[in-house]
Design a protein around this ligand. Structure first.
Ligand code: HEM
Length: 151
């Protein structure tokens, strides 16, 4: 078997694939009765921002930190959303389908990416229980997710 690329970012195929993943996911999420109300203030920049965040998480360029406010800004954008567990599970269901559609046919790669989403959606749900504007303190740098999960 050929060697795996060092990072999940390279293994998924880079920013264009992450952009397609984000796009496919939001097509479904915005049409979903359980999720659409949460995304009432959705703007198309969201699709690109999610792709840029994922690139950084999966060990690609740190552009979310360089131009979009980094880890703290990502957490802050979920404050006050009051995400329920059924909404988190629907988010996971739609994202897992998007992963199956857009990512290379590599079982381990897909599993690691979905594991990241499971971990990250729990954080989003927990943060979303606090009101908008809450001081989150310094959450530290953006986490990185690799072939062995969280580093
Ligand atoms: C690993 C999981 C997640 C990631 C990586 C993620 C990523 C992001 C990013 C990058 C933004 C900022 C977008 C921007 O700047 O325009 C954002 C905002 C947002 N996220 Fe998430 N998110 C996750 C989980 C969730 C979940 C589970 C929900 C709800 C069920 C959710 C709902 C939202 C909403 C409503 C916003 C603000 C909407 C807007 O700006 O239009 N997110 N998310």
């Amino acid at each position: 078997m050929s060697e795996r690329p060092e990072t999940l970012y390279k293994a998924v195929g880079g920013i264009d694939v992450l952009h397609r993943l984000s796009n496919t996911f939001y097509d479904e999420a915005l049409a979903d009765p359980l999720l659409a109300p949460v995304f009432a203030d959705f703007t198309p920049t969201h699709i690109e921002h999610v792709a840029v965040w994922l690139a950084e998480i999966f060990d690609g360029p740190a552009d979310y930190t360089a131009r979009l406010g980094g880890h703290q800004a990502l957490l802050r954008s979920h404050l006050g959303l009051s995400i329920t567990e059924p909404q988190r599970l629907r988010w996971m269901e739609l994202m897992t389908a998007a992963v199956d559609k857009e990512l290379p046919d590599d079982e381990l790669l897909r599993r690691r990416v979905v594991e990241y989403f499971d971990w990250g959606t729990k954080i989003a749900r927990d943060v979303s229980a606090s009101p908008a504007g809450e001081d989150l303190g310094d959450p530290g740098p953006t986490p990185r997710w690799g072939w062995d999960g969280l580093r």
